[in-house]
Design a protein around this ligand. Sequence first.
Ligand code: IPM
Ligand code: MG
Length: 369
Amino acid sequence: MKILRIDGDGIGPEVNEQALRVIKAAADFAGIPIETESALFGGASLDEYGVPLTDEVVALAKASDAVLLGAVGGPKWDDVPPELRAERGLLRIRKELGVYANLRPAKFFSCLDAACPLRPERVDGADFVIVRELVGGIYFGEPRGISGTAPNRRGVNSLAYDEASIRRVARFGFETARARGGQLMSVDKSNVLEVMRLWREIVTAMGAEEYPDVELSHAYVDAFAMQLVTWPNECDVIVTGNMFGDILSDIAAALTGSLGMLPSASLGDGPGIFEPVHGSAPDIAGQGRANPLGAILSGAMLLEYGAGRVDLARVIDMAVADVLESGLRTGDIKTAGDNVKLVGCTEMGDAVIARMMERLESSDPESAE
Ligand code: IPM
Ligand code: MG
């Protein structure tokens, strides 16, 4: 398996390092040969080549089996022109790889309940996944831009989806629901927006014709935002458009206590992009204090979706849960739980690998679920 490692900026290199160690240890155990190549992205690429993403890196990504991405951006590059910002590079690589389905699982660990802004009984047991459309919608719609002269300028962006783009991400949602609890919630704004009326119509028809076994429901995005912070433990699989998914997934991240814990996978028909949801955290970069668990869990998703090894992914998930249960904490989650021990990024990686190997070697039937 060829993995393109893109560390990016800030804490990207340190968390990616731990994710890769975990992937390699698991792959080694399972006899999957791993080849890695490194590339620059974001600020690191801007400093070296004057652009946040080069064509060479796009080509390398397309030729790989999976991209493991750290984080991009930082204050050093905040004042660059909009077309050179790291965000542009991120949108471009998503578009170039055609990763139309962005999976953001959010799982609440009860031993971290003190880090959660909701009362524990509200969020206990919460375990859901947002499937966000990633290469369309208002992020990419035309026309766009700012026209005219001040003080009469006009800014425009367009929210558009064609039937095919709705269908493919909806299919991903239905399939994900089938593999989990059998429930799918489609989130739209069809009471106001025509494009979302089309969204709801297509999703409803697919549900009736192709997925009668999946219990489909619909919600308007405003009402759903309220549900997400009121009864997050009633959510299972959510499918939604690009910008709604962007917003809802940050709410989801806050519910679990720390942004540092959340993984993501961006999938299409070619190589996927696997990256933690958190940013580059420049304030703690290079100090060995970052939480690598979001990156490690993204590594688990890489093995699940990029290598088809759901068994290894589940063992990594369980090892992460074990390590948290045992009281190890990085700085972002240090106030959560009693008898906790503050550790650094590498130590956390070591602990996950040790637990993972124990589980793999004991071939405990539970560990292969
Ligand atoms: C995310 C981020 C990006 C997005 C930004 C950095 C372009 O917020 O991945 O959620 O809006 O998609
Ligand atoms: Mg976001």
